[in-house]
Design a protein around this ligand. Structure first.
Ligand code: GRF
Length: 220
């Protein structure tokens, strides 16, 4: 009799919107030998298309509708209870548009990743594409980082850069950045599941060594 395969890390994805990053992760996780398994998808918006994508992929879903809670603390407590029920090894924020309380973030320290559409530390917060255009920047991109208590401020694991053209608009930049997001997030999640990246006291550890600079996806 064959021995059961070793269990792989359990991934829980949180999303709020269309879920294209979720889709990229679902597809990656279906590849042979992917070292992790998506076990559930949670959402704070009942009608989000991300839920539809998860259902299509036969994944468990849950909704914690933030409009039903009187405070951020109550919302986070409900969200935390639901996440813990699934007992994930990794929580992946994939376009999850809620600011999380410090208690929540601390509970998942080193086990929660976020994707942000800028080359952090530049442009934390919203409307990054518009702000990049207004500043006249020639490059832009995406960052994936460990989530810490500082909004969009956790240690950056990896980035991918794009060029900004003279005729770019916020929409065209969003499209170019998302193309990179869909390549980069599965790579980083894979590293996490393989145990290659960790959040250390001083920053990101990659294969046990402190990462001096975020990993960069080579331009294709
Ligand atoms: C992405 O651009 C991500 O960087 C930002 O929210 C967007 C989510 O898009 N945090 P989607 O829902 O994965 O399509």
């Amino acid at each position: 009799m064959m021995a059961d395969p070793a269990p792989v890390p359990k991934i829980l994805v949180l999303a709020s919107g269309s879920g294209t990053n979720l889709q990229a992760l679902i597809e990656a996780s279906r590849e042979r030998n992917f070292p992790g398994e998506i076990i559930a998808v949670g959402c704070n918006k009942p009608g989000a298309f991300a839920l539809e994508r998860a259902t299509q992929a036969n994944l468990a879903t849950f909704v914690i509708d933030h409009t039903q809670y009187g405070s951020r603390e109550e919302f986070d407590a409900a969200l935390m209870a639901e996440i813990l029920r699934h007992n994930p090894d990794l929580v992946v924020l994939a376009g999850f548009m809620r600011i999380l309380t410090s208690d929540f973030v601390r509970a998942f320290r080193g086990k929660m990743l976020n994707i942000h559409p800028s080359l952090l530390p530049a442009y934390t917060g919203l409307n990054t594409h518009q702000r990049v255009l207004e500043a006249g920047d020639q490059t832009h991109g995406v960052s994936i980082h460990f989530v810490t208590e500082e909004l969009d401020g956790g240690p950056v694991i990896a980035q991918a850069e794009i060029g900004v053209a003279g005729d770019d608009t916020p929409e065209s930049l969003a499209e170019k950045v998302q193309e990179q997001e869909h390549l980069l997030y599965p790579i980083v999640v894979r590293w996490f599941c393989e145990g290659r990246i960790q959040l250390g006291a001083e920053g990101v550890l990659f294969d046990g060594a402190l990462l001096e600079q975020p990993m960069r996806l080579a331009a294709g």
